[in-house]
Design a protein around this ligand. Structure first.
Ligand code: AMP
Length: 282
């Protein structure tokens, strides 16, 4: 039988354990998550095991990255299921602090993320990246990993973190894992659980449409025209609202240049009450 993964909930216990690893010369990889784990998260744990001696997975649904009108209260939670999956994935430690442990009385400092956070998600979710950058900065200071692993699924988040680690000289390396998808192309996401059966069928169009857009851009199509076509296809497929479909510089997320730098297609669109994001390389 698989041994259950160890869970710590206080910073004191976390530090005791990681100090022992440090003394023994072990390297540590951190995989930050908000729980409701799926195969995408587990692929990052696998990468962590490959890249370091010890894999720590944090589970923390961070209230400061949700706006008051967002889905904090209904965000899926399944700690028992998560721990079972992480035991099977051979994670070494789960760091699962309470909100009070993470943000004790009087907490008031924040990280102001850089330019990469300024639009796309930043335009639709005003304080999101400040919350995300602050909690990740805290997680890095708490776990002191050699490596932190993030998914390309949240491509702008990854870009914001790369900038933060570089700008603030954080002593760790970021590693990105590819997006895991369902057979029909839909990117795995904890939020897919919100989709009705009918919405789930429509959702498959998201990856198909951005893949076509990426191909058009690669073939030299006029980007503004190709973007309009992509938006029309999403609406025709049944998406109820489109926040953005953009082709951007893959490194900085600034406007796409025509000088052959790598590009990335990024999308956020709604199916009823559920907002899906995805991205693909050009
Ligand atoms: P979350 O719990 O949704 O905040 O995600 C935790 C980490 O898992 C982030 O680095 C995400 O980018 C990553 N992730 C989420 N979905 C996927 C996926 N389908 N494939 C790979 N990584 C993912």
């Amino acid at each position: 039988m698989t041994e259950s993964v160890k869970v710590v909930r206080t910073l004191r216990d976390l530090r005791k354990l990681t100090a022992k690893w440090r003394q023994a010369g072990k390297t540590v990889a951190l995989v930050p998550t908000m729980g409701a784990l799926h195969a995408g998260h587990l692929s990052l744990v696998k990468l962590a095991k490959k890249k370091a001696d010890k894999a720590v997975v944090s589970i923390f649904v961070n209230p400061t990255q949700f706006a008051p009108n967002e889905d904090l209260s209904r965000y899926p939670r399944d700690e028992a299921g998560d721990l079972q999956k992480l035991s099977h994935a051979d994670a070494d430690l789960v760091w699962s602090p309470s909100v009070e442990e993470m943000y004790p009385e009087g907490f008031s400092t924040g990280v102001r993320p850089g330019d990469a956070a300024s639009d796309l998600e930043g335009a639709f979710r005003a304080h999101h990246f400040c919350g995300v950058a602050t909690v990740c900065c805290k997680l890095f200071n708490q776990v002191t990993p050699d490596i932190a692993i993030f998914g390309e699924k949240d491509y702008q988040q990854l870009t914001v973190f790369r900038q933060m680690v570089r700008d603030l000289d954080m002593p760790l390396k970021l590693v990105a894992g590819p997006t895991k998808r369902e057979k029909d192309g839909l990117a795995l996401s904890s939020r897919n659980a919100y989709l009705t059966e009918a919405e789930r069928k429509i959702a498959t169009a998201l990856y198909a449409v951005i893949s076509e857009l990426a191909e058009d851009a690669a073939n030299g199509a006029d980007i503004p025209t190709a973007v309009v076509n992509a938006k029309r296809k999403l609406v025709t497929a049944g998406f109820t609202k489109i926040d953005y479909v953009e082709v951007r510089d893959a490194e900085t997320l600034s406007a796409a240049a025509t000088d052959g730098r790598p590009l990335r297609v990024l999308v956020a669109a709604w199916l009823g009450k559920t907002r899906l994001i995805d991205n693909v390389p050009v």
